[in-house]
Design a binder for this molecule. Structure first.
Ligand code: SAM
Length: 430
């Protein structure tokens, strides 16, 4: 289906959402694969619709299931997602209702389902007629139910269990659009100097007292609008992710391993702090590893990049030992749901146990490549204790030569702040 050339962006959105929810592709991947079919001017709207539908999926499904006695299945399933696209535009965008309905109905032709144009038109028009009472019904019928939180129940239960006081704030933060954070390369400009450059382009921003390089934009902009972006003066990176390199505290001349490094957001930060470190960046995914190279090139930095599996370091590490290791572990990504709302529908409860075992195995394998007195920073963008606090407690129990430095840091997502992130700094004794 991906190979077909769509001209109607609603058809592209419906197909992308189908690919995520029926085929298990990540939304970013499926949109990247279809990007050649989307005109530059339409990119922002496609993103807005697709990410938006993922954010409020249970609400949109509720309306369709209330309006239609039979759900669309089989070859016509893609039209179910087109209907979600239509209703999302009516409820959550400034597109006038008649245009939202008209364009969505036109997309039926592009999806080669012309015979069902009348059905799509009818359901959307019925939604408009009943909109107020349906919205009321969604709130009333779901008062006690998890769909009101727009999260799957297994995840909601885990979050409630881990954070009995804060779960509501976490859910609220997850359901919002993410803020855009920048990391200024302090080798070129200070934060206040770069804020001046932004102000000259009418881009409003705020600095953040705790980190010297972080800036939040009051509204997101395309990176091409950021002064000297192409020259590597600034990088888009969430606030919480910016702690990694500081906690690692790399020094020039040291041997450093950036494990699970792609696309290289933290690799480039490490080299901003210690440009003369001997850095090896490794990731198992060859296509993602390429993006480390691209990011290094943009920032004019030098590092060795290898495709390698954290489970088998002996295959790519050839006995090298490191002063510092950053392990940015594969995880549930439950801390970045507002950036990737498709995570809510792609992950399963059973994934958590598997991920926890993978993390434990990579951490254990990599540990033996750390020099005595060396430092390892374990990081995840998860908010689940199994992947974080409990993972580290288990590791400390199993490895008497591992010592926790300071407290573990569990950041939770907040509306205008950083993503959910976890850090533990471990030191190795002899
Ligand atoms: C959280 S992302 C890393 C983000 C990156 N550190 C950054 O700051 O841009 C996790 C990465 O782990 C990689 N990964 C997953 N399993 C792996 C394994 N067994 N060995 C090495 N890398 C792995 C994934 O390909 C993914 O790129």
């Amino acid at each position: 289906m991906n190979k077909k050339l769509h001209s109607n962006i609603r058809a592209i959105c419906a197909q992308a959402i189908f690919n995520v929810l029926e085929d298990g592709q990540s939304l970013s991947t499926t949109l990247m694969l279809s990007s050649h079919k989307i005109a530059e001017k339409d990119r922002a709207l496609v993103q807005e619709i697709c990410f938006g539908v993922m954010r409020v999926l249970p609400e949109l499904n509720f309306y369709i299931h209330t309006l239609m006695s039979k759900v669309l299945t089989g070859k016509n399933r893609v039209l179910h997602y087109l209907l979600l696209v239509g209703i999302y535009q009516i409820l959550y965008t400034r597109i006038p209702e008649h245009a939202a309905v008209g364009e969505t109905v036109n997309a039926v032709n592009d999806l080669k389902k012309s015979a069902l144009k009348g059905l799509v038109n009818g359901v959307l028009r019925e939604f408009l007629r009943q909109q107020a009472s349906l919205q009321q019904k969604f709130i009333q019928d779901n008062k006690q139910q998890t769909s009101q939180t727009l999260h799957p129940s297994w995840l909601l239960n885990r979050i409630k269990q881990a954070y009995p006081q804060q779960w509501q704030n976490i859910i609220n933060a997850n359901n919002q659009k993410p803020p855009m954070w920048l990391r200024v390369n302090l080798n070129h400009y200070s934060v206040s100097e770069y804020q001046q450059l932004l102000a000259e382009q009418q881009i409003k921003s705020e600095a953040f007292a705790d980190l010297p390089c972080a800036i939040r934009l009051l509204s997101p902009v395309n990176v091409t609008k950021l002064p000297y972006f192409a020259e590597g003066v600034v990088t888009v990176q969430d606030l919480s992710a910016q702690y990694a390199a500081y906690l690692l505290a790399p020094k020039n001349g040291e041997q450093i391993l950036d494990m699970c490094a792609a696309p290289g957001g933290k690799t480039t930060h490490i080299l901003e702090i210690a440009p003369k470190a001997n850095l090896l960046a490794v990731d198992v995914d060859a296509s993602r590893a390429k993006r480390i190279e691209e990011n290094l090139a943009r920032l004019k930095q030098v590092a060795e990049v290898k495709v390698g599996d954290g489970l088998t370091p002996e295959k790519w590490c050839s006995g090298r030992q490191f002063d510092r290791i950053l392990l940015d572990s594969p995880c549930s990504a439950t801390g970045v749901i507002r950036r990737h709302p498709d995570i809510k529908w792609l992950r399963r409860d059973s994934d958590i146990v598997q991920l926890t075992e993978l993390q434990h195995a990579i951490l254990t394998n990599i540990w033996s490549y750390l020099k005595t007195d060396g430092t390892l920073v374990y990081a995840t963008c998860s908010i689940l204790p199994d992947e974080n606090k409990f993972q580290i407690e288990r590791f400390l129990k199993e490895n008497s030569n591992a010592q926790l430095m300071g407290d573990m840091k569990q950041f939770l997502p907040t509306a205008q702040g950083g993503d959910g992130f976890f850090y533990a700094v471990l030191k190795k004794s002899s």
